[in-house]
Design a protein around this ligand. Structure first.
Ligand SMILES: [Zn+2]
Length: 289
């Protein structure tokens, strides 16, 4: 999708406010902790059948495999940078519809679940909270982490939208179609502080899907640019205010007006930069060690 390249270009305008890091592809071992080994082997070797490829939303290619492994490597690198520096973002990620043994809805591997399990397994974090605000339910993440009490999954989404058959996250909020800025933000501002307090995570992973926007063709919600920016700012401020490390991933966005879509995905980066300038994460901490 062209939006990724254009987002990178767009973000270059932020100059030195952003420090870029290049991930390495996620290991197959990390993928197999969450996904079925047979599925991962078929994906890597190009043995997914026609039907599986159709369901994924993409024709198979070696470049596609490299791309999704780099994307999940980016989420892992971002999580580690967040744990060190307090705040990091992946200019991709949020592939929350991928299941244990099949791809779905443009998601081949589930970066959120894979990274959560990798960090937990290695003891890099004891508990984490996934705040999924993409307009679609994080059904894959919910199922993949259902038996992992150290990873709390929260999804706030449009109730009448893909996937038709919803999973059970640790907490779900299904919004009415056409929910607009004020109502959306009111629900969010009630939920996030409560979740942080009850889960007490060592890391928050935020899926900042831009498909909640009123112009998104797969959305069904009615957020404006102002509402979307306020949403990103609210999550960042609340998590940082609680002194917690935060990794954001960009999630979905499907407006055919690519410049407008890219500007929406850029908001979470811009709000992160702003928050960082306003309130250093921890002044006693020397980042980059
Ligand atoms: Zn989505």
């Amino acid at each position: 999708m062209e939006k990724f390249r254009l987002l990178r270009q767009h973000l270059d305008a932020l100059g030195d406010s952003l420090e870029w890091h290049q991930p390495t592809p996620i290991s197959l071992a990390a993928l197999k902790q969450v996904h079925d080994a047979d599925y991962i082997e078929a994906l890597v070797k190009g043995q997914l059948d026609e039907r599986a490829q159709r369901r994924s939303g993409f024709p198979w290619s070696e470049a596609l495999v490299r791309r999704v492994r780099l994307e999940t490597g980016g989420t892992l690198l971002g999580a580690r940078l967040a744990l060190t520096d307090g705040l990091a973002l992946n200019a991709a990620g949020g592939t929350h519809h991928a299941h244990a043994d099949f791809a779905s809805g443009y998601c081949l591997i589930n970066d959120l679940a894979v990274v959560a399990m990798e960090l937990l397994r290695r003891g890099e974090v004891e508990r984490l909270l996934i705040i999924d605000l993409d307009v679609h339910q994080g059904d894959g993440t919910a199922r993949l982490l259902a038996n992992e009490p150290r990873a709390f999954t929260f999804s706030m989404h449009a109730g009448r939208n893909f996937p038709a058959r919803k999973a059970s996250s640790d907490e779900d909020i299904a919004l009415e179609s056409a929910t607009a800025d004020d109502a959306y933000l009111a629900v969010l501002q009630q939920a996030i502080p409560r979740l942080i307090q009850s889960v007490r995570p060592g890391l928050v992973i935020y899926d900042a899907g831009a498909d909640v926007h009123k112009a998104d063709r797969l959305g069904h919600l009615a957020l404006t640019d102002t509402g979307l920016r306020a949403r990103d700012a609210a999550v960042i401020e609340t998590v940082r205010g609680a002194g917690l490390p935060l990794l954001a991933v960009i999630g979905g966005g499907y407006d055919r007006d690519t410049p407008a879509l890219v500007a929406r995905h850029a908001m979470v980066f811009e709000e992160a930069v702003r928050a960082r300038e306003r309130t250093p994460y921890n002044e006693d901490h020397e980042p980059g060690a």
